[in-house]
Design a protein around this ligand. Structure first.
Ligand SMILES: NC(=O)c1ccc[n+]([C@@H]2O[C@H](COP(=O)([O-])OP(=O)(O)OC[C@H]3O[C@@H](n4cnc5c(N)ncnc54)[C@H](OP(=O)(O)O)[C@@H]3O)[C@@H](O)[C@H]2O)c1
Length: 344
């Protein structure tokens, strides 16, 4: 098998393709011949050495990757319901950037007939992230107004669609004009283009009473203002910090990071109480033990896909060997939808 290994955190040159012995599944595992692997911003943060769960669960060397699609090659002795050759997709805590993956049966799902391998590999992380943020944390009501930052991206494009499925009015925010049409096509009721519009005066104009939910993976750039633009009973859901990751050739600028960390708002319990606002945060990579809940999110996602009410993310494919190029593109902030590695 081949896999991409990061021996030491750093820039794009740290993504090295290596040959390794084929894997054997443990008793409860499925061995997947991987055809496509989803790329997430967290993989870039893992490469930079700043992803906590990468250090906690694996350390370096590490093979990044949270999701794959492919065919069943073999199964462990306790797995009796998946024949070799079955098309599957899986979520995994690391090791997805590889031509083979051995993964617990409970993290494996059949690929719906309407999806190809790249679309199936692109789906689970962004769908589960959006589902968890909206339906386990925010619980929006029909008619609520939602603000979705980075609305054209992987997670953002799922948040826009799921927000609409919940009957909400969805305002998407993008950082570049070429993304506006994509967010409108996803069903957003309005799009704020930060590159040509003032984000918060436009947000105020579109939601004078404030937002019931703000979904933010920017970090310091927008957290404080997002909180101030919540309506009474509003919820700020924090799930990433990408605006804080200034890099040079893929290496984080640690001084700027430290400065942003210091400037990141801390929320006062007195203020939360007085204003009836709340702040939520989560990171799915620490929730793998909550398999039943995540399976529920995946079942709901698959039901929406089957009904044709949810569309898989738009995919930009990259050859396995072009992984560095893919990371560079994702970190440029200019991509829309999902980037996916395609195995040779
Ligand atoms: N907590 C969790 O469990 C969880 C799970 C999955 C993802 N996430 C987080 O969700 C966010 C989105 O992830 P994704 O994989 O779907 O990525 P993505 O949204 O497809 O791409 C990142 C987007 O963030 C914006 N951005 C702002 N500052 C940036 C910077 N310095 N570098 C790169 N992009 C920047 C850009 O969009 P605009 O300029 O249009 O805003 C860019 O397109 C990330 O922060 C990721 O860590 C969290």
């Amino acid at each position: 098998m081949k896999k991409i290994v990061i021996h030491k955190p750093g820039g794009y040159e740290r993504l090295v393709i290596e040959q390794h012995p084929d894997l054997t599944p443990a008793d409860d595992e499925v061995l997947v011949d991987v055809r496509a692997a989803g790329i997430n911003y967290a993989d870039c943060v893992t490469r930079m050495g700043l992803y906590g769960s990468a250090r906690q669960y694996v350390g370096y060397p590490i093979t990044p990757g949270f999701e794959v699609a492919g065919t069943v090659r073999a199964t462990g002795k306790n797995v009796t319901d998946l024949a070799p050759g079955t098309a599957v997709f899986a979520v995994t805590r690391f090791n997805g950037y590889a031509t083979q993956l051995a993964v617990s049966r409970r993290q494996v799902f059949a690929v719906p007939a309407t999806l190809d391998f790249p679309q199936a590999a692109a789906l689970p992380t962004v769908a589960l992230t959006a589902w968890y943020a909206l339906f386990e944390l925010a619980h929006p009501h029909a008619g609520d107004t939602l603000l979705v930052h980075s609305a054209a991206g992987g997670v953002g494009s799922m948040l826009v669609q799921m927000g609409r499925l919940a009957g909400c009015r969805v305002i998407g925010v993008v950082g570049a004009s070429h993304k506006v049409d994509a967010v409108t096509a996803l069903g957003a009721d309005a799009v704020i283009d930060k590159s040509v519009q003032d984000l918060w005066s436009e947000a105020q104009r579109l939601a004078p009473g404030g937002f019931q939910v703000v979904l933010d993976a920017n970090g310091v750039a927008t957290l404080g203002a997002g909180y101030r633009h919540l309506a009474p009973t509003g919820k700020l859901v924090v799930y990433g910090f990408h605006s804080m990751l200034h890099t040079r050739r893929g290496v984080p600028a640690r001084l700027r990071l430290a400065w942003d960390w210091l400037r990141t708002p801390r929320f006062s319990p007195f203020d939360l109480t007085t204003h009836n606002r709340s702040v939520h945060g989560f990171n799915l990579s620490y929730l793998f033990e909550h398999g039943t809940m995540l399976q529920q999110g995946m079942r709901q996602t698959l039901a929406w896909l089957a009904a044709g009410t949810l569309h898989p993310p738009a995919v930009t494919p990259y050859p396995f060997a072009a992984v560095a190029e893919a990371h560079r593109a994702l970190e440029s902030g200019q991509t829309t939808g999902k980037l996916v590695l395609i195995m040779d």
